[in-house]
Ligand binder design. Structure first.
Ligand SMILES: Cc1cc2nc3c(=O)[nH]c(=O)nc-3n(C[C@H](O)[C@H](O)[C@H](O)COP(=O)(O)OP(=O)(O)OC[C@H]3O[C@@H](n4cnc5c(N)ncnc54)[C@H](O)[C@@H]3O)c2cc1C
Length: 459
């Protein structure tokens, strides 16, 4: 509980209309895409860094948690107030401050929706590549805090590859600037990189400087349909080996194809073992050449059918199926455990075989899809949360999948972060010493542990 006198003090800082304290208001900020629920004591919408700094002074003095929140679309529970406290919603930080086409950089506030930012940048012939499937509703601040990635990671990298500077309010209430506005910069430790992916546990990001690229001249999407998963996997290796780096290389397994078809009814081949969606971009001539080379590689690897989208509409149709996977899964089951393991891309067939074996052994329905080009697989274990037995089997399966991932040289999370859902498992990857070092860093930034407690680390 936050005392009434403290609530009044916070109202004086941010304005009464920017503080939600009624139950029905707080419920709206009690969940994210994990579907877990934790009720905050207060929801506050600050407008600038000094206001956040004042709130931190009070939080340190009174000892209540502060939890940053973007759009609440996270898949690992990062924005959930697991110990109650004050949810700091960044929605009013919603301005694109400048797009500098001479220096190929932009200054943007964290509450801006990523897709909106991309469109504005593209109007100037520029390109901000990080493209999480949630880009039409997630915020760029949430993307930075999670180091979000998307299909374009294979060619263009992820959020951390574009963030060059930040303004951050530390939990001890100081406001700092990190990084540079220049292409180069090596002064001191790289605090910008430390902040990116820190899941709102080290500071509140209030301004972001990103680098931009020139917008590619053209792009083309190719879809390959495979009776056998191994042939799709071989296609992936052959494309890379042929020295083409696609802008995206996505796959759907049979379970995902069935789910999407059931959801959209667009005539996907439900008996196919796998679908690959491949995008190439760049100079017009090169794009045409690469698209036909990829078509040939797909056919050589026994694809049943290969389609090249010839216009914007058919391209959008091909990507519609990929984007519909996540929502279509809710039709199969209202609850799921959603992991985003990543393995070296050559190991995709091995990990998929292992996951299918685990699914059979534990009698679970597991749907796999994701970014074949960078080895990031979204493993969705469909469960009935009310069945204790099924939840128990699913948890055992998760641990085995994580161990198999690490044995293949992979990592537990490619983009969704640790939050609360993967916190019990991080020692498997980092070891006790690695976790201890990270906890010491957290302690330096946040000695009273008031910023987003209970995330990343257990206990
Ligand atoms: C349908 C769907 C598809 C998705 N697809 C992808 C995908 O392709 N790739 C991917 O990477 N993710 C994906 N996600 C997950 C999610 O959208 C991303 O993690 C996204 O970056 C979260 O942004 P958000 O604004 O919703 O942040 P929130 O969920 O509100 O917060 C996420 C974390 O960031 C912290 N945070 C938010 N704002 C700030 C700030 N200003 N300063 C400090 N910390 C802050 C929060 O405390 C929390 O720890 C998907 C989610 C959904 C529901």
């Amino acid at each position: 509980m936050i005392e009434r006198s403290v609530v009044n003090k916070i109202k004086r800082i941010v304005g009464e209309e920017n503080v939600y304290s009624e139950l029905e208001e707080r419920i709206c900020y009690s969940y994210d895409a994990t579907n877990e629920r934790y009720l905050p004591d207060l929801v506050v919408f600050p407008a600038n860094a000094p206001e956040i700094s004042e709130i931190f002074k009070i939080a340190n003095h009174k000892g209540f948690p502060v939890i940053p929140r973007g759009a609440g679309s996270g898949f690992s529970g990062g924005s959930l107030p697991v110990e109650g406290g004050l949810v700091l919603c960044m929605a009013r930080f919603n301005r694109i401050l400048s797009i500098d086409s001479e220096n190929l950089i932009a200054f943007v506030e964290p509450g801006v929706i990523t897709g909106h930012f991309q469109k504005e940048v593209e109007k100037q012939g520029l390109f901000y590549p990080p493209d999480p499937a949630s880009l039409s509703f997630s915020t760029i601040g949430g993307n930075v805090a999670e180091c979000a990635g998307g299909p374009k990671a294979i060619k263009y990298g992820v959020t951390k590859d574009y963030v060059i500077g930040l303004e951050v309010v530390l939990p001890t209430s100081e406001i700092i600037s990190t990084g540079v506005q220049t292409v180069k910069g090596v002064v001191g430790y790289d605090l910008t990189k430390l902040m990116v992916g820190s899941e709102g546990t080290l500071g509140i990001i209030t301004r972001i400087i990103v680098k931009l690229l020139p917008k590619p001249e053209s792009k083309k999407t190719i879809m390959g349909i495979y009776p056998k998963l191994d042939d799709a996997a071989k296609t992936v290796s052959d494309i890379i080996a042929s020295k083409i780096v696609p802008a995206a290389l996505e796959f759907m397994d049979q379970n995902s194809i069935v789910c999407v078809e059931d959801f959209l009814g667009i005539g996907l081949p439900i008996d196919a073992d796998a679908i690959l969606l491949i995008e190439v971009d760049g100079d017009c001539d090169i794009v045409n050449k690469e698209a036909s080379k990829i078509q040939q590689i797909c056919l050589t690897n026994k694809a049943d059918r290969v389609e090249i989208a010839e216009d914007k509409e058919s391209e959008e149709n091909l990507w519609r199926a990929r984007r519909a996977i996540s929502p279509s899964l809710y039709k199969v089951s209202p609850s799921k455990i959603n992991e985003d393991i990543t393995v070296p891309r050559s190991k995709i067939p091995d990990i998929l075989r292992t996951i299918n074996g685990i699914a059979k052994r534990y009698s679970l329905k597991i749907v796999n899809f994701g970014h074949a080009g960078d080895g990031n697989i979204h493993v969705n274990i469909m469960i009935d949360k009310n069945s204790e037995q099924e939840v128990d089997r699913a948890n055992k399966a998760v641990k085995e999948i994580f161990q198999a991932t690490l044995d293949l040289g992979g990592t537990l999370s490619g983009e969704h972060g640790i939050g609360i859902t993967k916190a019990p498992y991080i020692n498997m990857e980092l070891g006790d010493l690695g976790v201890q070092v990270m906890k010491k860093i957290k302690q330096i930034f946040d000695p009273n542990n008031i910023l987003n407690p209970g995330k990343i680390f257990q206990g």
